[in-house]
Design a protein around this ligand. Structure first.
Ligand code: NAP
Length: 290
């Protein structure tokens, strides 16, 4: 690697578990690009100075992960509309001394949904479990794809009220509702698509599930954003009763692929990236019916 070869970094804390460096370095190598991807675990008070200093460097871009997806926004020169609606940036491109922010989780979820299921989000009734960063991104994705209604379940009344009022003004054609628990069983029964955007069921709490499986029926599609484990208890139980399921690995793959294209201007080598995920997580996102 020469001194001026482009570098991409992921910033967050902690980063020990991140699969992104291996996946992106494999993708750069597959296209014979002399780019590299490194992990930078930084403190909150370093975020703004780092982004500013990288504008004039050989760093071509960043991935931003927890807990900096929102705070980083104030250090950017421009933010695309989707990312503004999400209230979070997970990808930054540096170009001509300027820093531009994007959110590729929303695009990643929609591509995964379209690749792995035949569910049409247009007109769909959605139950969103969780009101954090990725819940907003997926809600934005589904709203922009024409979902008829999105009900948000969370445990923090203020947070779900802000979530619903922000997204209602951006997407007024969607029917937005919120609950901290009341009526949840009925919302689950009426939903065409149930999305878990909480960490309930994530390693090492693999046995936990955000909803009793008795509340779900086989005609529903169940998505989980968690990708460690690749198949959560919710996904396994839903699959067992005959639901169409969408594990979080596909969103992770496609958000990375979209970020790769934003930095390099090239289509990402999906097969190479999938191969890394399959080796690490034991699951390959597949087209419906395969
Ligand atoms: P976040 O911003 O911290 O949001 C988490 C949400 O879950 C919050 O609404 C939080 O509620 C809620 N929550 C947490 N623990 C809960 C519990 N025990 N009971 C009820 N609600 C609970 O996190 P995030 O970035 O949105 O990530 C959420 C999950 O998605 C994580 O597991 C993450 O690994 C996964 N994820 C996957 C991808 C992908 O590409 N597949 C991308 C991003 C994230 P409070 O606000 O009340 O705490």
């Amino acid at each position: 690697m020469s001194h001026a070869d482009p570098v991409v970094a992921i910033i967050g804390k902690p980063l020990g578990h991140s699969l992104s460096p291996e996946m992106h370095n494999a993708a750069f190598a597959a296209l014979q690009l002399s780019w590299s991807y490194v992990a930078l675990e930084i403190e909150p008070d370093q975020v703004s100075n780092l982004v500013t200093s990288l504008k004039a460097s050989n760093v071509a871009g960043l991935n931003v992960t927890m807990p900096y997806k929102s705070v980083v926004m104030s250090s950017l020169d421009e933010i695309d509309e989707l990312a503004r609606h999400c209230g979070a940036v997970n990808t930054i491109r540096f170009e001509s001394g300027r820093a531009s922010g994007f959110n590729t989780d929303a695009v990643g979820f929609l591509r995964s949904l379209r690749q792995e299921t035949s569910l049409d989000p247009s007109g769909c009734q959605v139950l969103m479990l969780g009101a954090g960063g990725v819940a907003r991104a997926v809600a934005v994705a589904l709203a922009s794809a024409g979902a008829a209604s999105i009900s948000v379940w969370g445990r923090d009344e203020q947070k779900i009220s802000n979530f619903v009022s922000d997204l209602k003004s951006a997407y007024p054609n969607v029917e937005w509702t919120k609950t901290t628990g009341q009526g949840l069983r009925e919302l689950a029964a009426n939903a065409g698509l149930i999305v878990n955007a909480t960490p309930i069921g994530m390693y090492p709490d693999d046995n936990a599930a955000p909803l009793p499986i008795e509340w779900i029926t086989s005609s529903q599609t169940v998505a989980d954003l968690i990708y460690r484990p690749a198949k959560t208890t919710l996904i396994k139980e839903a699959e067992n009763i005959g639901c169409v399921v969408l594990p979080g690995v596909g969103t992770f793959l496609h958000q990375a692929a979209e970020a790769f294209s934003i930095w390099t201007g090239m289509p990402a080598p999906l097969d190479t990236m999938q191969e890394v995920l399959s080796r690490k997580l034991g699951y390959i996102p597949r087209p419906p019916g395969v």
